[in-house]
Design a protein around this ligand. Structure first.
Ligand code: SAH
Length: 400
């Protein structure tokens, strides 16, 4: 390890960095040794020359250093194997045998810039940093050794790669599954089967971060004799299928503007023998809610929109969008009904979300009881000293 070059920090945000936040911005970097190239692994030294860890260097990114280890160690196949093993042991403990989950959630698993999702025998990975990209071969090797999957798919088609100067790549690396099986790949989570599009689907195919919230919806369906459920932003049917599965008399309407997502949602409903009680509509949720007949009221309305803001500069617009959604949803909710609402943007905090719902309730003269606060599923861990790791928040409101 002695051949590592050094990056020297100044005192800017040193407290945050000392607490263990892995992102180090340009302003905190004093200088680097000569000869460092973008993507290199470096030794990070604090303002007094003290050792602070090992990380990846990318002078072309706003995050100039990403700390990967607090010890001086080689970032090699063994390093990744041990990280994957730790992450797997943790998931085994908390998910009690679930076979599809997020194995590595970037910073919250100590591997800034790496996402790994496991869907039974398939493993998908996504790399969002130049330093991590330089270790792709070791990552694939370590995945093979730890999980022995039938297929490893590189889903490096996320837009955030551009911030690190990385291209979009989709590639199948190792495969012992037939092309046809891969196209119709299906998994089972909590007794529901989902057909996924591993190559083209959003994220890596499924919103694994909502899986535990899907189960919470199941429990709420029990409160109604014949729950009429509206699932806005239904994607491939996560909340809809769980509602229909939970209650034999549930009637579910899912709305999504993606025809491909709705097509898969319909296949999923059929495969689970729930299609007679699930309808999926291709529409923009805003338009659909605006044109909905106010006499058709729902027992449960789910709002699970995409992130309306990826940065703090567009938060105000996003708040307006969220508020409009809530006003329209509340108008369609029965008294005695429940609104389940989520925001997956880190920049919309729990208190901002609660505040705009409060305003929407005032505008529609609804009285709401806050019954529950939700967060992302536990395979997307929230680390206290990394506030960005808490991004998905939600509430259950009972309308009086
Ligand atoms: N609720 C889903 C995940 C939703 S992801 C689950 O639990 O699995 C967000 C979805 O919103 C995507 O499927 C996307 O196609 C859809 N979407 C984005 N903007 C939309 C809009 N204005 N109207 C309808 N659907 C939209």
């Amino acid at each position: 390890m002695s051949d590592l070059k050094n990056a020297y920090l100044n005192r800017y945000e040193i407290r945050r960095i000392r607490q263990g936040h892995p992102w180090i911005y340009t302003k905190s970097l004093d200088r680097v040794d000569d000869g460092l190239t973008p993507g290199d692994t470096v030794r990070i030294l604090g303002p007094k020359g003290e050792f602070m860890g090992v990380g990846f260097y990318n002078p072309n990114s706003k995050i100039v250093l990403r700390k990967i280890s607090k010890d001086e160690q080689a970032i090699d196949t063994k390093f990744f194997r041990e990280k994957f093993k730790d992450a797997l042991d943790y998931r085994d403990q908390i998910l009690r045998g679930r076979s599809s989950f997020r194995l590595i959630n970037s910073e919250s698993d100590g591997l800034s810039g790496l996402i790994i999702d496991k869907y039974e025998d398939a493993v998908l990975f996504q790399i969002m940093s130049l330093g991590m990209e330089a270790h792709k071969a070791e990552i694939i090797q370590a995945l093979q050794e730890t999980l022995e999957p039938k297929v490893i798919i590189e889903r490096n088609d996320v837009s955030s790669r551009q911030y690190e100067g990385l291209d979009s790549i989709k590639k199948i690396h190792q495969n012992s599954i037939s092309g046809e099986e891969l196209q119709n790949y299906s998994i089972t989570i909590d007794n529901l089967s989902y057909q996924l599009d591993l190559i083209e689907g959003n994220k890596t195919g499924l919103y694994l971060d909502q899986v535990e919230n899907h189960l919470k919806l199941r429990a709420l369906c029990d409160y109604y004799e014949k729950p009429n459920v509206l699932d806005c932003f239904s994607y491939i049917g996560g909340f809809s299928l769980n509602a229909a599965y939970a209650h034999p008399h549930a009637q579910v309407t899912g709305i999504d503007q993606s025809k491909e997502a709705n097509a898969l949602a319909r296949v999923n409903a059929q495969n689970n023998q729930l299609d007679s009680r699930c309808t999926f509509i291709d529409a923009n949720v805003f338009d659909w809610l605006r044109n909905a007949d106010p006499a058709d009221k729902y027992d449960i309305v789910v709002l699970d929109p995409p992130s309306f803001t990826k940065n703090r500069y567009t938060v105000d617009n996003a708040i307006r969008g969220y508020k409009e959604l809530h006003v329209r949803a509340l108008k369609l909710l029965k008294n005695g009904g429940r609104l389940l609402t989520y925001s997956c943007s880190h920049h919309i905090s729990e208190s901002i979300l609660r505040g705009l719902i409060h305003e929407a309730a005032a505008d529609t003269q609804s009285t709401l009881r806050e019954e529950a606060v939700y967060q992302q599923s536990s395979d997307h861990p929230i680390v206290m000293h990394i506030p960005e790791s808490y991004y998905l928040k939600g509430f259950c409101y009972y309308k009086i």
